[in-house]
Ligand binder design. Structure first.
Ligand code: IMP
Ligand code: MG
Length: 180
């Protein structure tokens, strides 16, 4: 098993498996007609997935505009948890088809907030693409339109995802198993 920063990382989804899935997801996304498509990568966790999926969308024949939004969850209690905008997009979404890209759909708070925000701003349609779906952790109902993989309830790192700012650079998704 790979050892990174003195920790054993158990690979869950390899770089090859992810690349293949990105191609099939992009082909699936491209089957639905798009009106002035705006792809929005939700930072920071989705930056590598978004970079790969956007290039797969090009291969699938789409010509998206690409934007970035940095969102952050706050609060730990069950009543006061929310999401705030750290850095907003610059583009106007009115009348456009938006595709939100995130790394993981867990409780659904982040993506519900982002989707409602884009609809409030007048988007024509808002679809959601996530690399991983932790369905067992969902609060309320929210489904992604495109899911790379169903994810078991482990804390995963790599391929853009971090724990305490580490491991974003790994080309695969894995689980930290402890000290090497
Ligand atoms: P949600 O708002 O509960 O759906 O949380 C989703 C966000 O939490 C994702 O965009 C990730 O940034 C973060 N997250 C959830 N699970 C993990 C994980 O296993 N590893 C790294 N980040 C995670
Ligand atoms: Mg995130």
């Amino acid at each position: 098993m790979p050892v990174v920063r003195g920790k054993i990382i158990d690979p869950l989804f390899s770089a090859e498996v992810i690349a293949e899935r990105n191609r099939t997801m992009a082909a699936e996304i491209a089957t639905n007609p798009k009106k002035d498509l705006l792809v929005i990568s939700i930072l920071k966790g989705s930056f590598i997935f978004a970079a790969d999926l956007i290039r797969a969308l090009h291969e699938a024949g789409l010509e998206p505009e690409v934007e970035f939004i940095t969102l952050s969850s706050y609060g730990k209690g069950t009543t006061s948890r929310g999401v705030k905008i750290i850095k907003d997009i610059d583009s106007d979404v009115r009348g456009r088809d938006v595709l939100l890209i995130d790394d993981i759909l867990e409780s659904g708070r982040t993506l519900r907030f982002a989707r409602e925000l884009m609809f409030e701003r007048g988007a024509n349609n808002v679809d959601i693409a996530v690399l991983l779906d932790k369905r067992s952790r969902r609060e309320g109902t929210l489904d992604a339109d495109y899911v790379g993989f169903e994810c078991p309830d482990y804390f995963v790192v790599g391929y853009g995802m971090d724990v305490a700012y580490a491991f974003r650079e790994l080309p695969f998704v894995g689980v930290v198993k402890g000290d090497a």
